[in-house]
Write a protein that binds this ligand. Structure first.
Ligand SMILES: NC(=O)C1=CN([C@@H]2O[C@H](COP(=O)(O)OP(=O)(O)OC[C@H]3O[C@@H](n4cnc5c(N)ncnc54)[C@H](O)[C@@H]3O)[C@@H](O)[C@H]2O)C=CC1
Ligand SMILES: O=C(O)[C@@H]1CCC=N1
Length: 273
């Protein structure tokens, strides 16, 4: 992949996950810098992965070819305004991983001719199993699109969307989705503990069932998920009764409402920040 000088503004969960995945996959650490006001998160990244750590957003952005905006949406306007005063963004590629901040808003904050790609990653990027959605406005060049795609391919799979609205759909289906599965697994682990298993055993049971199920999905690309479910569900058996509880409580409707709630919040954030 192309190796450009890369600067992360923000050193939190998501920046850390991407930096770790990039370095593990061979991206040169000396080309990566990470900025945050406090050393609490960025210094461990510097010592673990050999990237440069700094509290100076402006100096790092000035030096970089590619600036990754990885702060919370609430802070984005202030961070961008400070950058805009000192940094010439012409000739740079800006990547935003923020939910709920549109390209139009970034152009207001950083300049009209901004060369920007929106990326919606998720935390499994930390272990090279990320799922990222990408959107680039028409004016972004093919080499910049290729670079953005290659960057996120280094930490997982990528899915380009043709319209910016698609980024909010990616949030619902992938960006926020690890938390849905963690919630489900937490509830299962708690019940396994109530059944008398130790915390460690309960976690192992749930973790292995979940990773075994996803491995089976990955190994069966032509089998619909419904078929995989039916393969577990013996007639007159236990799974049928368990699934009946989920369907009686309208699990598919709950999932649909939860995903729509994520989209609605992203749309609200687009107005708020
Ligand atoms: N956590 C997740 O699963 C995902 C998060 N995102 C997006 O990633 C962005 C970051 O989210 P997280 O990493 O979860 O947040 P976080 O709260 O873990 O990290 C934010 C980082 O920004 C730093 N920061 C605060 N003020 C700063 C400033 N003035 N200059 C530079 N850095 C500053 C903080 O020190 C912290 O390191 C958000 O915009 C979020 O929408 C996108 C997809 C998934
Ligand atoms: O909760 C959030 O707003 C961010 C975006 C997707 C995952 N986390």
């Amino acid at each position: 992949m192309q190796h450009r000088k890369l600067c992360f503004i923000g050193a939190g969960n998501m920046a850390g996950a991407i930096i770790s995945g990039l370095v593990e996959s061979g991206y040169p650490a000396k080309l990566i810098s990470v900025c945050a006001p406090s050393g609490k998160n960025r210094d461990p990244l510097a010592s673990k992965y050999g990237v440069k750590s700094s509290d100076n957003n402006i100096a790092c952005a000035q030096e970089a070819d590619v600036v990754v905006l990885a702060v919370k949406p609430q802070l984005m306007a202030d961070v961008c305004k400070a950058l805009q005063k000192e940094v010439d963004f012409s000739g740079k590629l800006v990547l935003s991983i923020a939910a709920g901040i549109s390209v139009a808003r970034f152009c207001e904050l950083l300049g009209n001719k901004l060369n920007i790609v929106r990326i919606m990653p998720n935390t499994p990027s930390l272990v090279g199993q990320g799922m990222s959605g990408l959107y680039a406005p028409e004016q972004v060049s093919q080499p910049d699109r290729d670079y953005s795609g290659e960057l996120m391919t280094a930490v997982g799979k990528v899915c380009w969307v043709d319209t910016e609205e698609g980024i909010n759909h990616i949030i619902a289906a992938a960006g926020s989705a690890p938390a849905y599965f963690f919630l489900f697994m937490e509830a299962m682990q708690a019940e396994a503990e109530r059944l008398g298993f130790s915390t460690e055993t309960a976690r192992m049971l749930v973790e292995q069932a979940a990773s075994g199920a996803t491995a089976l999905v990955a190994a069966s690309p032509d089998t619909p998920l419904s078929q995989l479910r039916e393969n577990v569900t013996s007639k007159g058996g236990t799974t049928f009764e368990a699934l009946k509880v989920f369907t009686d409580h309208k699990l598919p409707k709950i999932v649909s409402e939860a995903m729509q709630a994520a989209i609605t919040r992203a749309q609200e954030m687009e107005k708020q920040f």
